[in-house]
Structure formats: structure tokens, C-alpha cells
Design a protein around this ligand. Structure first.
Ligand code: NAD
Ligand code: DAU
Length: 358
């Protein structure tokens, strides 16, 4: 079956793994990566698939409705996998407007463009394929759990605390409203913290690997007691592939690693693995841990119940955490050019060389 699929945010961390998986696995599909290339977008993440006949890149802002409309119409797009977003909680605390613009208005612009093209065709492509709008969301929309507070299930009421999670919650509501009001075939997933190659080093794991490498302080917020549920990014991409093809219309699926770590325990493990791979003696960098002022509104604990996805579609994570973390640390240490390019901002020149001004 031929399909024309837009993946938004494909130059970012998770998006680049999703684009790679689809381009490699489905040579019969046409994959169009639509990305604005903000500070978080990096085409070097996709260097290995550049030039493939079933792949193209379009630099565009999802808030630009006219461009989204022509992209969906002119390419006979029948599937949208929407990852483009502002994604960093600390940035959202400093600059909430940018988050509302991209995460809320950008999602709305994309929904409206898809509706304008798909609704007159009865939500089907010319070849009879049912169209699909797949929105990628986060577990943060559910709010925070107590330490012994059970798990997030799909029917839990939303209770976002940060401007980031509030903007994602709003976009999730718009996606569901487009199903309930207009009949758009939608699906939403809420995933826990991802880790792995190509994550921008403002997020905990790559930031700390880079700091250990340079023997810089590791700023642990508060007492390091907060808990996150970590999933290897390629396992998230595998879940997205499965749900895009087999998930039921209008459903929500939680995706998570069933892998909770207190931040401070994770940081200690990270130091141990990184030091071992750098050939430094055990304990050499423990004194880099520096407790700093807590993040405002810092959610205590996230923990996903992913049993619906396992039961209904047979998905489960393929890597255990120790294996995934070692693989990840190894990747950052073996790809220091990538890390240095991102931290110096030099990665932004790549687009200019390939496509003109950025
Ligand atoms: P990221 O910040 O690494 O990448 C976001 C991408 O979106 C970048 O390439 C950026 O250029 C692009 N983008 C931003 N604004 C845009 C705009 N206005 N128009 C077009 N493109 C734009 O993010 P990520 O960590 O890969 O997250 C991807 C998605 O997954 C987000 O929707 C996020 O909310 C969700 N999510 C992330 C995690 C996680 O742990 N990272 C977990 C669950 C869900
Ligand atoms: O849960 C899914 C979410 O995971 C995604 O929706 C977000 O896009 C993604 O950024 C991530 O959010 P977090 O805020 O959980 O990730 P971050 O890596 O920023 O922080 C992880 C934990 O580590 C969190 O409790 C805050 C803490 N932290 C983070 C940084 C950057 C520190 O203690 N020090 C730091 O310097």
C-alpha cells in the first residue's frame, strides 16, 4: 500500500528516530519531514537517510496554515504523525508564549489544514485509505503522582502544572475535539521520558553526560528525589509505528518503560557508566553532583501504566535500562562531534550549506 505521510518535528530528537524507522521500513511510502528547524531541529540527525527516494524535507512552521494546507493537498497526504513542539519544561517557564504558539496554535493549524483536505473526501485518500492524524503527547499532561500514588492510566483526568504540559494538554484536547466534532480519524499517545542518541543536551541525560565528559558540575534540582519513567527512544518510535498502523481511531494509548528512577539514583548510575567508558576510576566524578534550586512547579513523580498498549497491540520495550543507558552513553562519547556541534551552535550551518539561508 502506498501512503504519503507528513512527519512534523522530524529533525528533532524523537522525530528523527521516527523518520528513520519509516523511511527504512516502508520504501513504498513517501515520508515528508516538516520542521521549522528551531534550536532543537538538527538535520545532521538524519544525514544517513538524506537523498533517499522516499524521503523529503520541508522547512516550514506548523503555525503557517497556508503552507500546511498546500503541503497536505499538493502531496495527497493521507497520514500525519505530529511531533513538532517546543519540548523543554525549563524553557516553558521562561517563555510560555512560544509554547502556546507552537504547541497549541501550531497543532490547530495542522488539524485545520488536514480537515480542509480530508473532510470533503470522506476522510479517505483517493486510493480509499482511511486518513489518520496521529498526535504525539506526553505523560506530563496527567500532572504528578505521589511516591505511592499508583500509575497514570489513559482515563486519568488531565492536571498539567507547567506551561509546557498545559500547552500539550490543550493540543490533546483540540485533537480529540476534531474527532468528536468533525469525525477526523485521530489517535493520541502519551509517552514517558525518552532517552537515547540525538537528544538536545539541555535535557537531563545528554546534558549530564556532556558535563561529566568535561568535568563540569551536574546541577541536580532540589534534592534529586523526583522520579521519572525512562524509555529508550527507538522503543518509542516502534510504538508509534505500531499505533499509526494498528491503533484504533479516537483511542488514547499510554507508552512507557515501566522503568522508574529517582533522579539522584539515575545521576549516580550515569556517572558510573560514563566514567567506566572514559577509563576513569570508579567514583572519580561523584563530586560533580551539585544540588541547585528546584525547578518551579517541579512534578514529583511520573509513572506510566502501558498495559493497554501491551494487551491490545502487543508492544513492549525491547531494551532493559542498564543496556539502553550504556548504549546511549557510548553513542554520545563516540559522537563528540555531534555534541560539540550542538553545544557550539555549528550544527545550524549544515542547513545553510544544503539548502541556503536558515
Ligand atoms: P525536540 O525539541 O527534540 O524536537 C522538536 C522538533 O520540533 C524540532 O526539530 C523543532 O525544530 C521542531 N519544531 C518546533 N517548533 C516548530 C514549529 N513551529 N513548526 C515546525 N517545527 C517545529 O522534541 P522531542 O523531545 O523530540 O519531542 C517530540 C515530541 O514528543 C513533542 O511533541 C514532545 O511533546 C513529545 N514527547 C517528548 C518526550 C521526551 O521525553 N522527549 C516524551 C513524551 C512526548
Ligand atoms: O515525561 C515526558 C517529558 O520528559 C517530555 O514531555 C518532555 O518533552 C521532556 O523534556 C521530559 O521532561 P522532563 O522535565 O521530565 O525532562 P528533563 O530532562 O528536563 O528533566 C528530567 C528530570 O531531571 C526532571 O525531574 C528535572 C531534573 N533535572 C533536569 C535538568 C535539565 C535536573 O535535576 N537537572 C537538570 O539540569
Amino acid at each position: 500500500m502506498k501512503r504519503n505521510i507528513i512527519i512534523t518535528g522530524g529533525a528533532g530528537f524523537i522525530g528523527s528516530h521516527v523518520v528513520r524507522l519509516f523511511v527504512n521500513k516502508y520504501p513504498q511510502y513517501r515520508i515528508i519531514n516538516v520542521d521549522k528547524l528551531t534550536y532543537a531541529g538538527n538535520l545532521l540527525n538524519l544525514k544517513d537517510i538524506e537523498g533517499r527516494p522516499n524521503y523529503s524535507f520541508v522547512k516550514a512552521d506548523i503555525c503557517d496554515f497556508d503552507t500546511m494546507l498546500s503541503l497536505v493537498k499538493d502531496n495527497s497526504v493521507d497520514g500525519i504523525i505530529h511531533l513538532a513542539a517546543e519540548s523543554h519544561v525549563d524553557r516553558s517557564i521562561r517563555d510560555p508564549f512560544t509554547f502556546a504558539r507552537t504547541n497549541v496554535l501550531g497543532t490547530l493549524s495542522l488539524l485545520q489544514a488536514a480537515k480542509a483536505v480530508w473532510e470533503p473526501m470522506g476522510w479517505k485518500s483517493a486510493g480509499g485509505q482511511e486518513c489518520r492524524f496521529y498526535h504525539i503527547s506526553t505523560d506530563e499532561v496527567y500532572g504528578a503522582l505521589e511516591m505511592d500514588g499508583g500509575f497514570f492510566t489513559e482515563d486519568r483526568a488531565y492536571q498539567p502544572h507547567s506551561p509546557y504540559s498545559a500547552s500539550k494538554a490543550s493540543s490533546d484536547h483540540f485533537v480529540r475535539a476534531y474527532h468528536d466534532t468533525y469525525g477526523m480519524p485521530t489517535v493520541v499517545t502519551n509517552c514517558s521520558n525518552n532517552y537515547g542518541p540525538n537528544q538536545f543536551p539541555e535535557k537531563l541525560i545528554p546534558l549530564f553526560i556532556n558535563n561529566i565528559r568535561h568535568r563540569r558540575p551536574l546541577p541536580v534540582y532540589g534534592k534529586g528525589e523526583n522520579v521519572r519513567d525512562w524509555l529508550y527512544v527507538v522503543d518509542h518510535a516502534r510504538a508509534i509505528d505500531l499505533i499509526f498502523h494498528e491503533g484504533a481511531v479516537a483511542e488514547t494509548y499510554n507508552i512507557g518503560g515501566c522503568n522508574e528512577w529517582k533522579n539522584i539514583d539515575l545521576v549516580r548510575l550515569l556517572i558510573k557508566v560514563t566514567d567506566r567508558l572514559l577509563g576513569r576510576p570508579e567514583g572519580a566524578d561523584d563530586d560533580l553532583i551539585t544540588y541547585v534550586k528546584d525547578r518551579a512547579g517541579h512534578d514529583l513523580r511520573y509513572a506510566i501504566d502501558a498495559s493497554k498498549l501491551q494487551r491490545e497491540l502487543g508492544w513492549k520495550p525491547s531494551l532493559d535500562f542498564e543496556e539502553g543507558l550504556e548504549k546511549t552513553v557510548r553513542w554520545y562519547l563516540e559522537n563528540q562531534d555531534w555534541l560539540d556541534g550542538v553545544t557550539s551552535g555549528a550544527y545550524m550551518d549544515y542547513y545553510q550549506k544544503m539548502y541556503g539561508s536558515r
